[in-house]
Write a protein that binds this ligand. Structure first.
Ligand SMILES: Nc1nc(=O)c2c([nH]1)NC[C@@H]1CN(c3ccc(C(=O)N[C@@H](CCC(=O)O)C(=O)O)cc3)CN21
Ligand SMILES: CC(C)C(=O)C(=O)O
Ligand SMILES: [Mg+2]
Length: 276
């Protein structure tokens, strides 16, 4: 398949074709997502929680992001690869933001970057875009500012809907190619998607966004610390993997594994006897 570009995704919005996106943080997962023909892979800073065991994304570093982006790029040549800018890597100055976005592109080799925030980061988004790097926005529930938000809570309810809409418009005006809408009311996701000319991708953003993103480990049943309402589990791998591990353990204990077919020849008992 031809490499997915932001231009192709823009065309999909115009044609009303829905866009699929999931996370991957390593080579084998990227290979699976490539095989499934998913259009976008997000190497998300959620890796802090899903594969590194932390309880927020705040501590994620640039080096960790680059470490995880590289193998995903190698495993998935077709999807658009989005690299998340970690907390603190774009809020000091425009120069800092451009330098770190450039690192994700040159060292990580992703296609585009994503950062969290609305109006307050619009100038930063414009500066990165002007430096030649396509930027995806991320508004609504922004996990990097969980401490300020007071928890992983739905955003944009009631009068607060206006702020989220204004954030979306500010990001589009700043030159973002697309926006993630996280944990906002169904009807607000619809309004923002209609008002914007760029694609919207929802995660708990309702039914009407141009696309949907879910964290790989959530949809496969490989993450059990919490299960947000917006997640659909397409597989529940944890019990199946645990069962396989228990079988392995039992066969090691009983000697049923390994069998002769799992062993190597190459020296006879006679030959060994001559050695001592
Ligand atoms: N595994 C995983 N999946 C995610 O979707 C995800 C991460 N990690 N890490 C970064 C953020 C954190 N996210 C989260 C985490 C929890 C909820 C949650 O529990 N939400 C409640 C709503 C709470 C409220 O509004 O009061 C829910 O029931 O969905 C939502 C998003 C989304 N992102
Ligand atoms: C929740 C998604 C959109 C994300 O930013 C991540 O996985 O890091
Ligand atoms: Mg993220």
């Amino acid at each position: 398949m031809a490499k997915i570009t932001t231009h192709k995704l823009q065309e999909m919005k115009v044609k009303g074709e829905k866009i699929s996106m999931t996370t991957a943080y390593d080579y084998p997962t990227a290979c699976l997502v490539e095989k499934a023909g998913i259009e976008i892979i997000l190497v998300g800073d959620s890796l802090m929680m899903t594969v590194l065991g932390d309880d927020s994304t705040v501590a994620c570093t640039m080096d960790q992001m680059i470490h995880h982006i590289k193998p995903v790029v190698l495993g998935a040549p077709t999807p658009l690869i989005v690299g998340d800018m970690p907390f603190g890597s774009y809020n000091v100055s425009k120069e800092q933001a451009i330098m770190n976005a450039t690192r994700l592109m040159k060292e990580g080799r992703c296609d585009v970057i994503k950062l969290e925030g609305g109006k307050e980061v619009a100038d930063t988004v414009k500066a990165i875009v002007d430096a030649g790097i396509p930027v995806m926005g991320h508004i609504g529930l922004t996990p990097q500012t969980v401490s300020k938000l007071g928890g992983f809570k739905i955003q944009g309810k009631g009068d607060a809907a206006k702020d989220v809409l204004e954030d979306a418009l500010a990001l589009e005006a700043a030159g973002a190619w697309g926006i993630v809408l996280e944990c906002i009311p169904d009807e607000l996701g619809k309004l923002i998607t209609e008002k914007l000319t760029i694609p919207t991708i929802g995660i708990g953003g309702g039914r009407y966004t141009d696309g949907q993103v879910l964290v790989f480990h959530d949809m496969m049943g490989l993450f059990d610390k919490f299960l947000p309402k917006f997640v659909k589990q397409y597989l529940n791998l944890t019990p199946e993997i645990v069962k396989a591990l228990e079988e392995f353990k039992a066969e090691v204990k009983s000697g049923a594994f390994p069998e002769e077919k799992h062993t190597f020849g190459g020296v006879t008992e006679e030959e060994l006897k001559r050695l001592y």
